[in-house]
Design a protein around this ligand. Structure first.
Ligand SMILES: C[S@@+](CC[C@H](N)C(=O)[O-])C[C@H]1O[C@@H](n2cnc3c(N)ncnc32)[C@H](O)[C@@H]1O
Length: 273
């Protein structure tokens, strides 16, 4: 199979449309990365070149379906159980304490959940505290990628997902099956998955108000104005004092004044003012 090459003009046109729709930004060094990620889409849509593919995406009557497919190939879906665990410790101490004191349900949103390891880790860690029942937890999990969500809904994982998982957690919450593991049904039922584009402010506004939002390892794919737009929209989906958890490599310190950064010895996170 020969590779179809992307010209600079095609690259610029496609990356602008992708940034506008999903926020994901391919800078000038990523021309060939985009070229390689889109090869399968050109084949599937039987387009001869990237110019035709871009025209298809912007004008074809059935373009929405193709945007859905594209969402699954644009981004790295890398994730694993118990990733950046120190932040999760804040969830099962401070965030949980405050929710229990208030008498309300604990409301959590894993907003770029990929294949589900993050929300399922949250569920396992909350169950480990033995301080709260599943019925007292509303755990939403959303992502842009239909493929990633499909995988999450199977609850089946292979070795790489367990690289940071304590063996006793595997023993307790998973069942071995043909070279991988199924997550147990109680944990699986706790997370409610749906598809969402974080740039879609209207959808974000319908999510309700949460005690904590996890948006880890996704802002790195966005440019600064998009990062600002997304985290400011989150402010409407967090209670005052609510917690925003980003990835280690992500900072919004100079981006917005809607949040107070909290820096501890082990974790950095943000609280809605
Ligand atoms: C590297 S994964 C991070 C997974 C998990 N949060 C973690 O930290 O392990 C990044 C995820 O962001 C999702 N994503 C990228 N752009 C998005 C957008 N505009 N709206 C929602 N999700 C998006 C991708 O589909 C991908 O699953």
């Amino acid at each position: 199979m020969s590779t179809i090459a992307i010209s600079e003009a095609e690259f610029l046109a496609l990356r602008d449309s992708i940034r506008e729709r999903f926020g994901i930004f391919y800078d000038d060094t990523k021309q060939f990365l985009l070229q390689s990620r889109l090869q399968t889409r050109l084949l599937k849509t039987r387009m001869q070149d990237f110019h035709s593919y871009h025209r298809f995406l912007t004008t074809a009557p059935d373009r929405e379906a193709e945007w859905g497919e594209l969402a699954s190939v644009l981004c790295n879906n890398e994730t694993y159980f118990f990733r950046e665990r120190a932040q999760l410790e804040v969830l099962v101490t401070d965030v949980l304490d405050e929710a229990l004191k208030s008498g309300r349900r604990l409301r959590i949103w894993s907003s770029a959940c990929s294949t589900g390891e993050e929300p399922f880790t949250i569920a396992m860690m909350l169950m480990e505290t033995r301080r709260i029942a599943p019925a007292a937890i509303a755990l939403k999990a959303t992502d842009l990628s239909p493929r990633a969500l499909e995988k999450a809904s199977t609850g089946f994982y292979r070795e790489l997902s367990f690289r940071a998982t304590p063996p006793e957690m595997v023993q307790k919450y998973f069942r071995p099956f043909e070279g991988g593991f199924f997550i147990n049904d109680e944990i699986k039922r706790m997370a409610e998955f749906s598809r969402m584009n974080l740039l879609d402010a209207r959808s974000v506004a319908t999510m309700g108000v949460h005690d904590a939002i996890f948006c880890r390892n996704v802002l790195i794919y966005f440019d600064k104005p998009t990062q600002k737009r997304v985290v400011e929209a989150f402010a409407g989906a967090l209670r005052p004092g609510g917690y925003l958890f980003l990835g280690h490599a992500e900072s919004i310190m100079r981006l917005t004044d809607l949040y107070e950064p909290v820096v501890t010895a082990k974790a950095i996170y943000y609280r809605r003012k």
